[in-house]
Design a binder for this molecule. Sequence first.
Ligand code: ATP
Length: 320
Amino acid sequence: MQRLGVLTSGGDASGMNSCIRAVVRKAIYHGIEVIGIKRGYSGFIEADMGPMNLGSVADIIHRGGTILHTARSKRFMTPEGRALAMENVDRFGIQGLIVIGGDGSFTGASVFHQEHGIPVIGVPGTIDNDIAGTDYTIGFDTAVNNVVDAINKIRDTATSHERTFVIEVMGRNSGNIALSAGLAGGAESILIPEIAFNLEDICSKLLSGIKRGKLHSIILVAEGAASGIEVGKQIKELTGFDTKVTILGHLQRGGIPSAFDRILAARLGAKAVELLMEGETNKMVGVRSGEVVATSLDEVIGKPSSISQDMYQLAKVLSI
Ligand code: ATP
């Protein structure tokens, strides 16, 4: 392996920069050149790429987002688009590709490998933490901390005004952010797409809480479970409580990556380079029970990891 390419794809996640830094520095340490590909598969097709050196990744370890930028590319989903990307692989002399992204990005990488034979390694970078083969994805911990920060602030107002607050968080198909942030932030109820809920039960819980002197209530709703605005309306109708709704939106994604995400990103980025050096392909690096491991992309793609039922039950018990 003399030259590898690296790109970030799909939604941005804090810690992607720490991962790019690890890939570049680990590769250069072993005498491998690195081509940075901008805007995910879009830049791959459009030859928006160039050499990276030690200085290219200086002073980025603490920055959210991705210096390579990210994009979603419809053209890469066609054989013609991927053939154009392959022309750039030849033109830039790339012998292996590291893709930092989520399930869709891995699907693209795997198809590209099957069609054109170039070795590919995936690194899980997505805030949802719903990728099989790894206990954590880069960006999840920072996103959870962002949500917990918001809960802390809203809690002050909720207590002062004795109000019920509904907070809608990200997670179209996954309740992981809502569940972890809800447990860490002490939410009264957590609504996630994986588990059916009954608003009347939630309201009875709110009413009995108020009866025993609770000053406020916080309901966390993953966007894939329900609309926060709708949930707020219905709670107000069913209980008569002054119910406020906050949709956190893109406040959750960015910001300074947590130490956890930076360490995860460093370990996974370095391992991805090692795998390419060992001649491996079509694998994703991940962390399981504290160890860095590699899993075939065939066992990862289209098999989202599920939420922890134990954590869900615990959050329920602790919010009686
Ligand atoms: P996130 O979890 O943050 O949404 P993701 O990697 O799952 O990240 P997607 O938008 O699903 O994000 O995928 C990123 C890109 O991967 C797509 O824009 C497309 O270029 C490529 N891709 C996705 N699915 C395929 C596919 N079936 N074939 C080829 N390329 C694909």
